[in-house]
Design a protein around this ligand. Structure first.
Ligand SMILES: NC(=O)C1=CN([C@@H]2O[C@H](COP(=O)(O)OP(=O)(O)OC[C@H]3O[C@@H](n4cnc5c(N)ncnc54)[C@H](O)[C@@H]3O)[C@@H](O)[C@H]2O)C=CC1
Ligand SMILES: O=C(CO)COP(=O)(O)O
Length: 338
């Protein structure tokens, strides 16, 4: 299964939002033959004729070898590597709609960050259940699509319990400006990517309230403790949350001005409702749905997550952000390690 960097393979990237487009471009730059599946005809046209995804990644010049298609069979046939990058709420139907065209020998991978709301399944489990019989590798870590497309140095992690599948993805994607580590802690890597989006919303709310730097640092630190606590309860390793898909992505998304989740939080902290903050946006803020699924997952596992609960109350129960902050600060005093 191993691919030396430099031995070209056929790849399909399914989902042409900002992240799918940046990944497809990265693979094309490594010499692979890449087809990017997009559901929007204007995206296909824009990529194929102008080497740009004007709708979801405007301004980035894509490699001329990258081809887009709206035909799932065309994209998937002959592909040795398939990367799914549709948002979490539509990943299952997107994978299912192309499952019959996926090659038996293909390595599957998923770059979506989320927990399925209805089933509380991780994204690798969604892919595995809709296109069974192949290894599924989670790709996660601190990686704004626009910076990857601009070839700015980035490090991510590819996680699978099948080490050779993770190494296959590592070899196919790595480049001087794109460093891919491997991991066998799929749950930790996936949960880190899903939960940091909730923390980005929460830190955005603090920033929107104008509360300064102290609460942001406190929230990120205690947020990481919550992420780790839930992860360990469902089978992840604690140290994974100190890695790229945990702390790394938490720092990026909670502090980076490019984060869509953080921006939604800022708008809410400034006084908008959730509907107002999301109005007119075509891009996804996964943290919104993932606040619901993370809370449900924690309830099922019997784990206490005060910051995620507070975010839930603000987003879905109308609690005033300042009241939620006051409630968090007034919780019973305890030792840090508890
Ligand atoms: N944008 C980024 O910098 C990064 C995004 N991600 C993750 O990648 C995933 C995809 O996000 P983006 O690429 O940013 O998306 P985006 O926000 O740029 O675009 C939205 C995407 O959703 C698709 N979509 C909307 N409704 C759909 C439907 N009913 N059926 C099928 N597809 C539908 C659109 O076709 C489009 O591809 C998310 O889980 C996100 O958290 C991960 C790392 C970086
Ligand atoms: O996951 C991301 C970077 O790693 C992107 O975060 P946002 O979806 O908040 O922009």
């Amino acid at each position: 299964m191993s691919t030396e960097s430099g031995s070209p393979i056929r790849c399909a990237v399914i989902g042409a939002g900002a992240w799918g487009t940046a990944i497809a471009d990265r693979l094309a730059r490594n010499g692979h033959a890449v087809t990017l599946w997009a559901r929007e005809a204007d995206v296909v046209e824009s990529v194929n004729t102008r080497h740009e995804n004007a709708r979801f990644l405007a301004g980035a010049t894509l490699h001329s070898r990258l081809r887009a298609s709206s035909d799932m069979a065309d994209a998937l046939r002959g592909a040795s590597l398939v990367v799914y990058a549709a948002p979490s709420h539509v990943l299952r139907p997107v994978v299912a709609s192309g499952a019959t065209y996926v090659e038996n020998h293909a390595v599957l991978s998923v770059a979506t960050k989320g927990i399925e709301r209805e089933t509380l399944a991780l994204m690798t489990d969604v892919v595995a259940s809709e296109a069974p019989g192949r290894a599924v590798v989670a790709i996660s870590g601190p990686s704004f699509a626009v910076e990857v497309a601009a070839q700015q140095p980035t490090a991510v992690v590819a996680a699978c319990d099948d080490v050779s599948a993770a190494t296959f993805v590592q070899s196919a994607m790595s480049a001087p400006e794109f460093r891919v580590y491997t991991s066998d802690d799929v749950i930790g890597v996936e949960l880190g990517g899903a939960l940091k989006n909730v923390m980005a919303l929460a830190t955005g709310i603090l920033d929107g309230l104008g509360l300064g730097y102290n609460p942001r640092a406190a929230l990120m630190t205690r947020g990481l403790a919550e992420m780790t606590r839930l992860g360990v309860a469902i089978g992840a390793r604690a140290e994974t949350f100190a890695g790229l898909a945990g702390l790394g992505d938490l720092v990026l998304t909670c502090t980076g001005a490019l984060s869509r989740n953080r921006a939604v939080g800022v708008a809410i902290g400034e006084g908008q409702t959730l509907d107002q903050a999301l109005a007119g946006k075509e891009s996804v803020a996964e943290g919104v749905l993932n606040t619901q699924s993370a809370k449900a997952l924690a309830d099922r596992a019997g784990v206490e997550l005060p910051i995620i609960d507070a975010t839930y109350r603000i987003l879905f129960e109308g609690q005033a952000p300042r009241a939620a902050v006051a409630e968090l600060m007034a919780r019973e005093l305890r030792a840090e390690r508890d």
